[in-house]
Design a protein around this ligand. Structure first.
Ligand code: SF4
Ligand code: SF4
Length: 367
């Protein structure tokens, strides 16, 4: 991790916090801070990715602005986190995608939809795109050839997994690679699945102001589990197709459709809710220059889900072809942007929680 202005600010705040320690029961960050006397840039990267941005320490802080110390831990950590995404990105030349990330996400989404539409019109007759196909196995492939879906999907998804793994390895090495046991893995897994650090000191986040609330935690849960249900729907569809010879579109009560529908609704609720919270939230503890990237990703996730549900509703009509092409365009954009958008925070935050679980061995648990 490089020395930057954001890193220097975060270091100054941590040195003040390490003397104060008032917030040590709020989250995992402060107990982890207390294990350190000095804060190298890599330590600050670890602490910033451990922070879940609950804002609790900002509203509790007697040294927050307008105090002359101007302590603002959530904002400083947001900026350090954003810099860490760029610095750990793989391959390095693509790290530039994190600069003006909101614009990049929007352009990639638009280009992906255009690419799928161009491929469909170039390879299929216009009748195939606009015809009303009966909801029978193979109807989707009459619009978009199966091989295009497989090549685009597999190549981009496997590359995204590789890039995420390499970025995660860069984070782990930089913040001090160490061996972790099975106990730490299980503890970290629970912290990830329960979003424990969005619970504040037990009362929730300061979503909008100094009042505590669990809203952001539940919206984040809806987005997180909605995403995994959609992923489970895709995997189930793959198993149906590859191993059972059952071809999409599937019946309304089949596993891929039920998983995808429930996941899609949860994803829309979570992303739209989080978007609304960003609009009405107090700007004081937020890093407003990161808002564009956050909003672009939330909208990409929401529109990917929404177009999936629209496709479900339009099956068997003449609009199915366009709906399918647009939905696949959003999925392509999502795969392309997995390692080059705020989606990477899932990897770095999980690894920070794993490191924290290993560090916490023998240290008393927070309430
Ligand atoms: S954020 Fe403020 S109140 Fe909390 S530990 Fe740091 S200096 Fe103390
Ligand atoms: S998780 Fe909350 S309390 Fe902890 S450092 Fe981040 S903003 Fe502060």
């Amino acid at each position: 991790m490089r020395e930057t202005e954001a890193v220097a600010d975060a270091r100054r705040y941590m040195e003040i916090c390490n003397g104060c320690r008032y917030c040590e029961g709020f989250c995992a960050v402060f107990p982890a801070m207390e294990l350190r006397r000095e804060f190298a840039a890599a330590d600050l990267s670890y602490l910033a990715n451990l922070c879940h941005n609950c804002m609790g320490c900002f509203y509790a802080c007697q040294y927050a602005p307008p105090h002359e110390f101007g302590v603002n831990v959530p904002r400083a950590f947001s900026l350090v986190r954003a810099e860490s995404y760029e610095q750990y990105a793989w391959p390095a030349p693509l790290a530039r995608a994190f600069q003006r990330n909101g614009v990049v996400v929007s352009l990639v989404a638009a280009a992906s939809i255009a690419l799928v539409l161009i491929l469909v019109t170039a390879l299929q007759s216009p009748e195939a795109l606009y015809a009303a196909h009966p909801v029978l196995p193979g109807a989707f492939y009459a619009v978009i050839p199966l091989w295009i879906m497989q090549v685009l999907g597999l190549v981009t998804f496997l590359f995204a997994l590789l890039a995420l793994a390499m970025g995660g390895a860069n984070f782990w090495r930089d913040t001090g690679a160490e061996r972790v046991g099975a106990g730490a893995v299980l503890r970290a897994l629970w912290d990830v699945l329960s979003l424990r650090n969005l619970g504040g000191g037990g009362h929730g986040c300061n979503d909008r102001d100094e009042r505590f609330s669990m809203t952001r935690r539940w919206l984040h849960h809806a987005m997180f589990y909605g995403f995994f249900l959609c992923f489970a729907a895709t995997c189930t569809g793959f198993v149906y197709h590859a191993f059972l010879g059952w071809h999409a579109p599937y019946p309304l009560l089949s596993a891929p459709v039920v998983l995808g529908t429930v996941g899609g609704v949860l994803l829309i609720v979570g992303t739209v809710g989080l978007f609304a919270m960003k609009l009405i939230g107090d700007p004081a503890p937020a890093a407003r220059r990161l808002l564009g990237a956050d909003v672009a990703l939330l909208m990409l996730l929401a529109l990917t889900s929404l177009t999936g549900l629209v496709l479900l509703a339009l099956r068997g009509t003449g609009a199915m072809g366009i709906a399918l092409a647009v939905h696949l365009g959003f999925i392509l954009a999502l795969f392309l942007l997995l390692p080059y958008s705020k989606m990477v925070h899932g990897v770095y935050r999980s690894l920070a929680l794993l490191r924290n679980a290993a560090e916490r061995r023998g240290v008393p648990e927070n309430p």
